[in-house]
Design a protein around this ligand. Structure first.
Ligand code: ADP
Ligand code: MG
Length: 621
């Protein structure tokens, strides 16, 4: 790879004057095609540089927020180079949408995926081999169809684009097993250069994507995590108080269109039922029929629905510019996922807001999901032990171990994990054979990583700093200015949905007690402080204590440190509180000057917690 445009006879490069350097040639062609074929007047930030690199045959990793215009970064140089650009994309809806758009531009694009008939697919292959396509879009699982890779090899693409490339990394929040062996397959299509695109990748995921796809000498373009038009607001709100809060948040028409992310399908259904009489509301989750899902998504994009209640299954590739509000009706499982979801707000650069409702109870819900989605290693081992080098039907294995699994679901989950981590090979006909023994290590690593992601999300809700800055730092955007966003609830508390208020008498009493115990101990765990306060106020909840501590931290009377200890191989988080020199100097009359965000709603939470948690459990995305 590398070097100059491998000019095919039909390439636009061949029409360019000979005396220019390769870079100048490419640049000229890119500029002219940008206008003539795509109808854009100019490049957006970073597009030109990326298009140049891709056009010059380099491997590229491109991380830019959704809506930034990543597609152009392979479409334009692909077209300029001539030959076919092969695009790999995880969702059929995304593929269909892209093909539509390309065709509307008069480009020769087609797709092969499981939603098409055998005849249709065969005819697309024909067109591909005849050189009648500029773009071929496929889903990654296509590579496991016998003969498909061989077909591509007969006439290799000039460029390969891997969209939503974070799906290849098990350290990402959206790992897809079908992406797993993509690196191997793409190797067979070299010397085509590869561009990997995603809107979400921490430095760890970036490294992993490059490694898994075996990019060589790649250029990494990581840009623009900061979104200063999204006001992030965090609200400590118990589940029972979320519906009325959502209703009031969406009351003004200017706060819609809105996406509401629910933690489970069940919660999504409930919110949908509760909201649809008030707003034109749709619902989206993976439990709905594909047709229904697509219809609802379409109605939201077209503006017929002004609110959509969804699980995390919703949103990949969504291109709707005027979303004013994104609400999380529960704590997300990872910062990556959260950032992706709020990033769908305000693509039109107009002021928008992202409200995150969370409470102490959410952390337990996460624990439950984790247990459900990541079965004990011992269970996976039971299946693994029954596997042999020779293939046998899955049903046979299932019968052998069934008695040791509580439900079919647990068996399925365990088998799925075993397959993902290559402990089991499953072929097209549903036969299974023994895989590699390393599955145990990689599975455990991934499980721990998931736990860590959930923990980081919790910590995000607990750190009293600018919310946007917290996110930008998390993604390691080194070129970021480091400035506060000026619009989040930390920068601008008066804009918080709950407003700001002074402490009640009772709360002032709690503060006085906390300051008293802290004055005689260096550091105290927040759980201990809760117990201290319960001596005098037996019904005080953990949320109430957390909120008071947050208030004190904001006033710089205390500092809060995140710590954790290991128990049964798990990392259990806890917080310690220490008094600052300012706090030591605080007097009783200063109490009236303390400001807290919103009402303390924790009291009702405690009584109903058990019941609500049971209700919230179960159901997936
Ligand atoms: P991403 O993949 O980064 O989420 P897309 O590639 O889907 O973003 O682009 C988002 C929108 O921006 C699309 O509607 C696209 O047509 C538009 N767009 C991309 N590049 C430009 C440009 N240079 N000028 C104007 N609009 C652009
Ligand atoms: Mg995209």
């Amino acid at each position: 790879m590398g070097g100059m445009p491998t000019a095919e006879p039909s390439s636009d490069f061949s029409k360019t004057a000979r005396q220019l350097s390769p870079r100048e040639q490419v640049s000229g062609v890119l500029h002219s095609l940008l206008r003539s074929r795509f109808g854009f007047q100019s490049f957006r930030n970073h597009q030109e540089e990326v298009c140049l690199n891709v056009g010059l045959g380099k491997d590229v990793l491109l991380v830019m927020p959704t809506g930034a215009g990543k597609s152009l970064c392979y479409q334009l140089p692909g077209l300029a180079r001539g030959g076919v650009t092969l695009v790999i994309s995880p969702l059929l809806a995304l593929i269909e949408d892209q093909v539509d758009k390309l065709k509307k531009l008069g480009l020769r694009a087609d797709r092969i995926h499981s939603g098409r008939t055998r005849d249709e697919s065969r005819s697309v292959c024909m067109q591909y081999l005849l050189g009648n396509l500029d773009f071929l879009l496929i889903a990654p699982e296509r590579f496991s169809v016998p003969g498909f890779l061989g077909m591509l090899q007969k006439k290799k693409p000039t460029l390969v684009a891997v969209d939503e490339a974070h799906c290849i990394s098990q350290w990402g929040h959206d790992f897809r097993p079908d992406y797993r062996s993509l690196g191997d397959h793409l190797q067979a299509l070299r010397p085509a250069n590869i561009v990997a695109l995603t809107a979400t990748a921490t430095p760890l995921v970036q490294d992993d994507v490059c490694k898994q796809l075996r990019l060589t000498d790649e250029t990494r373009s990581i840009h623009g995590f900061r979104r200063n038009n999204i006001a992030i607001q965090l609200m400590d709100t118990p589940p029972s108080a979320r519906l009325p809060m959502i209703q009031s948040l969406l009351k003004k028409e200017s706060d819609r269109p809105a996406i509401i992310y629910a933690p489970t399908r069940k919660v999504a259904e409930q919110l949908y039922t509760d909201l649809k009489s008030e707003f034109r509301t749709g619902i989206y989750h993976a439990g709905l029929l594909p047709l229904v899902r697509e219809k609802n998504q379409h109605l939201f994009l077209s503006g017929d629905f002004e609110v959509i209640v969804a699980t995390v299954a919703f949103g990949m590739g969504i291109d709707k510019a005027n979303i004013r509000t994104v609400i999380h009706a529960g704590l997300p499982g990872s910062i990556e996922g959260y950032y992706q979801e709020i990033g769908r707000a305000g693509r039109d650069a107009q002021p928008s807001r992202a409200v995150l409702m969370h409470s102490y109870a959410d952390q337990r819900t996460h624990g439950f999901f984790l247990e459900r989605d990541y079965p004990e290693v011992a269970l996976l081992r039971k299946i693994f032990e029954k596997l042999t080098e020779d293939k046998k039907p899955i049903e046979l294995v299932k019968n052998e171990v069934a008695s040791q699994f509580k439900t079919d679901e647990v068996f399925e989950k365990s088998l799925e994990k075993l397959r993902i981590h290559r402990g089991a090979n499953i072929d097209f006909e549903g036969n299974i054979s023994k895989g590699v023994a390393t599955w145990e290590r990689t599975y455990l690593e991934q499980k721990q990583h998931k736990e860590k992601m959930a923990l980081q999300m919790t910590q995000f809700t607990q750190s009293p700093t600018c919310r946007m800055l917290g996110l930008v730092k998390y993604f390691g955007d080194q070129k970021d200015s480091g400035a506060k966003c000026g619009v989040c609830d930390d920068c601008e508390p008066s804009q918080h949905p709950n407003g700001q208020r002074v402490l009640s008498r009772v709360e002032q009493g709690w503060v006085a007690q906390i300051m008293a115990v802290l004055s005689v101990s260096d550091r105290r765990a927040s759980g201990r402080i809760h117990k201290d306060l319960m001596e005098n106020s037996p019904s005080i909840t953990r949320s109430e204590v957390e909120k008071i501590l947050e208030t004190l931290a904001k006033a710089s009377w205390v500092t809060i440190a995140q710590e954790s200890f290991e128990k049964d191989g798990k990392s259990i988080p806890f917080k310690t509180v220490s008094v600052t020199s300012l706090g030591r100097k605080a007097k009783a009359e200063d109490l009236a000057g303390l400001k807290v965000l919103g009402a303390l709603t924790g009291r009702s939470e405690k009584k109903k917690k058990g019941k609500r948690l049971r209700k919230r459990r179960g159901g997936s995305v």
